[in-house]
Design a protein around this ligand. Structure first.
Ligand code: CA
Length: 238
């Protein structure tokens, strides 16, 4: 089945480059030079995914993203200029699925598009009550018991706030999560735990400590945007 990708970008050479590269990789592409024509088209037909420039002439990117979300649950990959890191954070909080920083290699756009489509195909996660155990990179997390078990079978102690942080990452694997989002979701009861960076780096150490030292960190820092759990996660009944 051929997937249609809508490219919403006012800079023609960039739009052409993305369109050409996506088409070379088997996608069908529709280009829009502004936000309003895309919104109109979206009311009639929803593409498999849209690649969205945040700097459009007729509507600001954040409002556009909100209006897209009101119309359809189409996956969104944001194109963002390096000088506006806050756009990326706001975009991801508004439900964009991934972002690419300009200038970019068009193959990177294809890779992001594919990875977002794979995640979209995997479908929504089941409710936590039904499936309280997550498995990822050999690890096991029991969301009911707040217990984390390493690939070598050893258990890793977690505080309540830390367990919520783990759960937040596991519920959105391979997505960039902003510091603000992590703080909102994972909260903080611990007065010594004000900085999300400190908490993430402590968690990262725990995840690397148990026989995982040679591998790449499971939680990656995405400069200017936040953190990302690099591995896929499967949830199952305990
Ligand atoms: Ca632009």
């Amino acid at each position: 089945m051929t997937r249609t990708v809508a490219v919403v970008e006012d800079e023609q050479p960039i739009a052409d480059l993305i369109a050409r590269t996506l088409e070379e990789h088997g996608f069908r592409v529709e280009c829009y030079g502004a936000g309003e024509p895309f919104l109109t088209a979206l009311q009639h037909r929803v593409p498999s995914l849209c690649v969205l420039d945040l700097g459009l002439p007729d509507i600001d990117g954040i409002s556009l993203l909100k209006r897209i979300r009101e119309i359809a649950a189409v996956p969104v990959v944001i194109l963002s200029a390096r000088q506006h890191p806050s756009d990326r954070i706001v975009g991801l909080e508004l439900g964009a699925d991934d972002f690419v920083i300009k200038p970019f290699d068009p193959r990177e756009v294809v890779a992001r598009v594919r990875s977002v489509l794979r995640r979209a195909d995997a479908g929504p996660r089941p409710a936590d009550q039904d499936v309280p155990v997550a498995r990822f990179a050999g690890w096991r997390f029991d969301a009911g018991a707040l217990a984390l078990t390493a690939p070598d079978g050893s258990s890793v102690e977690l505080g309540a706030a830390e367990a919520r942080l783990v759960q937040t990452f596991l519920e959105a694997p391979q997505r960039v999560l902003s510091r603000e989002f992590l703080l909102t979701k994972a909260g903080s009861e611990d007065s010594f735990d004000r900085s999300i960076d400190v908490r993430v780096s402590r968690l990262r150490k725990k995840l690397q400590g148990a026989g995982d030292g040679d591998r790449k960190p499971l939680i990656r820092t995405v400069y200017g945007a936040g953190y990302l759990l690099t591995c896929p996660v499967t949830w199952e009944a305990s």
